[in-house]
Structure formats: C-alpha cells, structure tokens
Design a binder for this molecule. Structure first.
Ligand code: AHM
Ligand code: MG
Length: 322
C-alpha cells in the first residue's frame, strides 16, 4: 500500500523548490477532498442539502454544499502557505490569499463541487482543480498545457483523487477508516476508441446541424463506424470523464447556436480534465482547437468540450469541419 505522502516523497518534481512546495500543496488538496467527502456523507443528516438561495457568476443556482466546498478549499489552501490566488466557480473575482502573499507561488483554479445538481439525490459529485505557477509579473492566465497539476476528486461509492503532473496519471482511493489516500492506479492509458457516449441529448435542438449529425453518428449502427455507442450521462463531468479514463469513450458538452461557447468552463473544468485525459493518451478538443492550446481571456470563460478516446474525439472533429 503506497500512501499519497509516500508517493509524493518519491517524486523529485514534488520535492524540488522551496520546501517541497508542490508536495505541500498536493497534500492540502487531498485534505480538502477528505473534508468535502465527510461533509457529503453527512449532508442528509445535518440539513446541508438544498439551495443556498443565491446564484453564482454563471447565473446558476448555488447549493449550500457548493458554498461549503468552496470555503473548505479557500481555508485549507490559505493554510498551506503555497497558494497566492484562488479562482473558483463560486467566486466572481479571484481571491488573493493574504497570509501567503510573500511566499505562495501558485494559482489554483477550482470547480469546488462539480455536478451540483446531483447533491439532493446522492448521485456522484466531484471537485476539479488546476494548478498554475505564477510568473514574476503575477500572471496566472495561462494555456492549459502550462498547468503544473491538473486533476479531480470524485465522491462516489468511494472517494478518489486523480492527478496528472507531466509523468502520466495517478489515482488514489481514500481509506476512510485510516484517513489516508492510497495509490490505486498509475499509468492509465485510455483505449483509442470506446463504446460509450456521454452527452445531454435534451439539448439537441440547440446545436447546429454538424453537431447534431456528429452525435447521431454515435447512436447509429453503421458498417463503417460499427454498432451504436451506449449512452451514459451522470450529470457530473468528473464522473463521466473518470469512466472514460478507465474504459474509453466520449463526453461532449457542445456549444449552442445561441450560446457558442456552451456551458462548461475552460480554466476549472475543460483544461484540467483535458490535461489528465491527454496524459493518458486521450484528447480534449473545443471542436476546432485543442483545449490545452487555448489562451484564456477571462477566468470564468466557457468553452465547448469534446473529450475522451483519441479516435472518437477526432471523429467528432471531422464531422464539425466546414
Ligand atoms: P456544475 O459545475 O455547476 O455542477 O456544472 C457542470 C456540470 C457538469 O458536471 C455536467 O456534465 C454538466 O454540468 C451537466 O449539465 P446539464 O445538466 O446541462 O447537462
Ligand atoms: Mg462543474
């Protein structure tokens, strides 16, 4: 059994720099996962389910647990003394960490509770994180490929932490009795082609003709492309991408005719998950451009997302070509 602590100690990348700052940061992200998993486990008993009564920067209804997960990250990352700024789906403006201003060198982008429409029904939830090193001028708005760490926590039957840091993808499972994450997967490779397509087809009427045809081609029995793909859609991006990481397949959240950038957010959803998926041999695409090549213009900007097995993503890209 290799604990997360032991794993980080064995990786030179995490020990380099001032007092192994990256290792400290990763340990604190894992602590957020433990605290949020605990809060989710007890939410039905403590009255913390349901809406908070406010809307976030994207105009979406905020859940009480969205707020709680966001506050957990802010408090724990502040205490880590490694982070200078936190950018979160649940905070309109980037939050500058006062305590660590002198020493922290990282910016952390967060979707603190991904899939929050699942909160009230005990369905899977996640936390998605992306770590960037700030440069001397304090810039943190960098392309996805410049991430130092991309990853997610998944709160399902078990709590899982998955991260990529330039040497493949590593997965840890929380042993709740011990309170430690232990290595449960390393060097995962996404099959070049999958059998499952995850997309909210309820939005079909909002897509352009090319996207409608692309999705339909995965639902059709065709001698050229094979049998139709099975439909799976959890309402939690982290959960759907996690299935792809192990079994291959495709997840799409397309842009819409009236909302070309779609719903998902570049910096704390599309980019970190593309970073993980690409280090496992898959692809993350916006249709006409790789997600990891996009130069961000705003912290909360949205982007269409097509992510998963290489051949499946390329097949969608071909369908979308004018
Ligand atoms: P959230 O971070 O506010 O929960 O929104 C992101 C979620 C994804 O996890 C999920 O795939 C998608 O939004 C579901 O949206 P929809 O209900 O429109 O299909
Ligand atoms: Mg989300």
């Amino acid at each position: 059994m290799i604990s997360l602590t032991r794993h980080l100690l064995e990786r030179p990348r995490f020990q380099a720099g001032q007092a192994g700052e990256l290792s400290v940061l990763m340990t604190h992200i894992a602590r957020c996962g433990k605290l949020i998993a605990r809060d989710l486990n007890r939410a039905g008993l403590l009255g913390t389910l349901g809406a908070a009564g406010t809307t976030n920067v994207h105009g979406e209804q905020v859940q009480k647990l969205d707020e709680r997960a966001n506050q957990t990250f802010v408090d724990v990352l502040e205490e880590s003394d490694t982070v200078r700024v936190v950018i979160s789906e649940e905070m309109e403006t980037p939050w500058a960490v006062t305590r660590a201003q002198a020493s922290g060198t990282y910016a952390v982008f967060l979707d603190p509770l991904d899939g929050s429409s699942n909160v009230d029904v005990n369905a899977p939830l996640g936390s998605i994180f992306s770590v960037h090193r700030m440069d001397a001028s304090g810039n943190f708005m960098k392309r996805g490929r410049e991430q130092v760490i991309g990853g997610y926590l998944l709160y399902g039957p078990g709590t899982i932490l998955v991260y990529a840091c330039g040497d493949g993808v590593h997965q840890f499972t929380l042993d709740p009795a011990v309170g430690e994450f232990f290595l449960s997967g390393s060097g995962m490779r996404i099959p070049p082609r999958g059998k499952v397509c995850s997309v909210n087809t309820g939005n079909r009427s909002k897509w352009d003709e090319r996207m409608k045809n692309a999705v339909e081609s995965f639902q059709t029995d065709d001698p050229g492309t094979g049998p139709p793909y099975a439909a799976r859609y959890s309402g939690c991006l982290a959960a759907d991408v996690h299935r792809i990481l192990w079994k291959g397949g495709l997840y799409l959240y397309p842009g819409e005719v009236k909302k070309p950038a779609g719903k998902l957010r570049l910096m704390y959803e599309a980019a970190p998950l593309s970073f993980v998926v690409e280090q496992a041999g898959g692809l993350g695409s916006a249709g006409d451009e790789r997600i990891l090549s996009i130069q961000p213009a705003a912290p909360h900007q949205c982007v269409p997302l097509i992510i998963g097995s290489c051949e499946d993503v390329e097949r969608v890209e071909r369908c979308l070509k004018p």
